[in-house]
Design a protein around this ligand. Structure first.
Ligand code: SF4
Length: 106
């Protein structure tokens, strides 16, 4: 079995504050309306699925998708699409995600 490339382990590392500030400056979503990534509490299921699909399409080609996802998982972001993951997908990985924490501004 071969050793994984160095890049793979670097992608899994949780970014430092400086790295986080760096990657947010290159985020594809910085010019997109935040409502694409964050829906209202009473959003109907069909609308949520369409909105999340649109957000995930933006994330799919975003150059900072990996550190964004790592940040969302590490900081237990409760709301929104981050790094191509939905709230439900992150909750499945971290069932103890706290409820009622407001979304952080991007
Ligand atoms: S991966 Fe998605 S949510 Fe994260 S910075 Fe890129 S576009 Fe924004």
């Amino acid at each position: 079995m071969s050793t994984p490339p160095a890049r793979a382990s670097a992608e899994l590392a949780v970014p430092s504050r400086d790295e986080r500030e760096d990657w947010t400056a290159r985020a594809d979503c910085r010019f997109v309306e935040p409502s694409v990534f964050f829906g209202p509490d009473d959003e109907p299921r069909g609308a949520r699925l369409r909105r999340e699909r649109t957000a995930k399409q933006i994330c799919h080609t975003c150059p900072v998708r990996i550190p964004c996802r790592a940040y969302a998982l590490d900081s237990r972001q409760r709301y929104g699409v981050w790094g191509g993951t939905t709230e439900a997908e992150r909750r499945a990985r971290h069932p103890a995600l706290p409820a009622g924490v407001p979304p952080e501004p991007r």
